[in-house]
Ligand binder design. Structure first.
Ligand code: TXA
Ligand code: MG
Length: 340
């Protein structure tokens, strides 16, 4: 038995209690759902959510699905309308994810939303997942438990092969029944949109809430998946960004706020938020969207940003900052746009 497989444990009461403790302590746990295995972390903990991105090696911050034990718990994080209630009644627990407006305030980390004003929520139909959620006592952010670019795992052994070093524990619930990710429906826009076909068939959804917009490329059999930029929205601050401010000669301009990184932020800026005074990229990722929003307010003219090392999570941070600093027309073309 290799080190990876030894983290795979049966979902006994004792193991579930331990897994819940790991989640509450900010550590990651892989767990089964009816669709695929999830790489779970405390959705209310910025650091835990940053650790998920780090473990997956995602080159970008895509928003994550947050799991709840029931609809009432989800309703404490997002705003349900009549359509959302109807779909939740019909399909939860189950393989349907709803993108809904975040409540203000919202207990879920802004990083799980990748800075957006919306959040993807789901109640999984799997006994082990539901017990873990109840025992942890908090929502769990969980993308599929595979490194970025690899196929989604449907057994605990698949997870152990690639992510064992990244998680505290892998709960083995046997093979996933559906083996395909959940269907993602965006209900935050005026017209419902299909963002990802999956476990729940779209016709059944339309029977309940009427027509759902299907971005062209998702529609046809065998068609390639749409480029993420076509359907994804990205958080972009309202204020322009000035990247790679030279820490040695920062020359703040009037009205500029500073998004700093590292132990020696330059002086002279009216307001400073430091992503990580110790230069820790996980901490910086955890703080990124909250601090950007913090600085993105009337009274400032621009946000200056110190250089951030382009390694590990730094690459995802720089990707986000670059998109946010692109001229608006270009950003729109790339699918950017602030909502809410
Ligand atoms: O079956 C599943 O859904 C699995 C299991 C573990 O529950 N989870 C999963 O999560 O596939 P993830 O994070 O890999 O999938 C997230 C999908 C992406 O397509 C993402 O773009 C979309 O949901 N998404 C999440 N939040 C969104 C938001 N606020 N707006 C638009 N799309 C969102
Ligand atoms: Mg995936």
């Amino acid at each position: 038995m290799n080190a990876g497989q030894s983290k795979v444990v049966p979902p006994s009461p004792a193991n579930l209690a331990e897994a819940a403790r790991h989640i509450r302590a900010g550590r990651l746990v892989a767990f089964p759902t009816e669709t695929v295995y999830g790489l779970g972390g405390d959705a209310t903990n910025d650091r835990a959510v940053a650790a998920i991105f780090e473990a997956k090696g995602r080159p970008r911050f895509n928003p994550l699905i947050v799991h709840f034990p029931d609809c009432d718990a989800a309703a404490r994080a997002v705003r349900f309308d009549a359509r959302a209630e109807r779909l939740a009644d019909a399909f939860w627990p189950g393989a349907l994810t709803l993108v809904l407006p975040r409540l203000e305030p919202c207990p879920v980390s802004l990083l799980a939303s990748a800075g957006l004003a919306t959040l993807a929520v789901r109640v999984p139909a799997h006994d082990v997942a539901l017990r873990l959620l109840r025992e942890a006592g908090r929502p769990i952010a969980a993308p599929s438990a595979n490194p970025s670019g690899a196929v989604s795992p449907t057994t605990a052994a698949h997870v152990a092969e690639t992510l064992a070093e990244r998680v505290a524990m892998i709960l083995d619930g046997g093979p996933c029944k559906i083996g395909l990710e959940s269907t993602v429906i965006d209900l935050a826009a005026p017209e419902p949109r299909l963002l990802r076909p999956g476990g729940v068939v779209i016709d059944e959804i339309e029977a309940l809430i009427g027509p759902v917009m299907r971005p062209k490329l998702v529609l046809d059999r065998g068609a390639p998946a749409p480029s993420p930029g076509l359907i994804e929205r990205h958080y972009a601050p309202r204020l322009p960004l000035r990247l790679d401010v030279d820490p040695a000669s920062p020359r703040p301009r009037p009205g500029e706020a500073l998004l700093a990184f590292g132990p020696q932020p330059p002086a002279g800026f009216a307001v400073v938020r430091n992503l990580s005074p110790t230069g820790d990229l996980t901490e910086a990722a955890a703080n990124l969207f909250r601090m950007l929003r913090d600085l993105d307010r009337p009274g400032f003219t621009r946000i200056a940003v110190m250089p951030i090392p382009d390694v590990g999570l730094g690459a995802a941070i720089n990707d986000r900052l670059k998109r946010a600093s692109a001229p608006r027309a270009v950003a729109q073309e790339a699918g950017a746009g602030q909502i809410g």
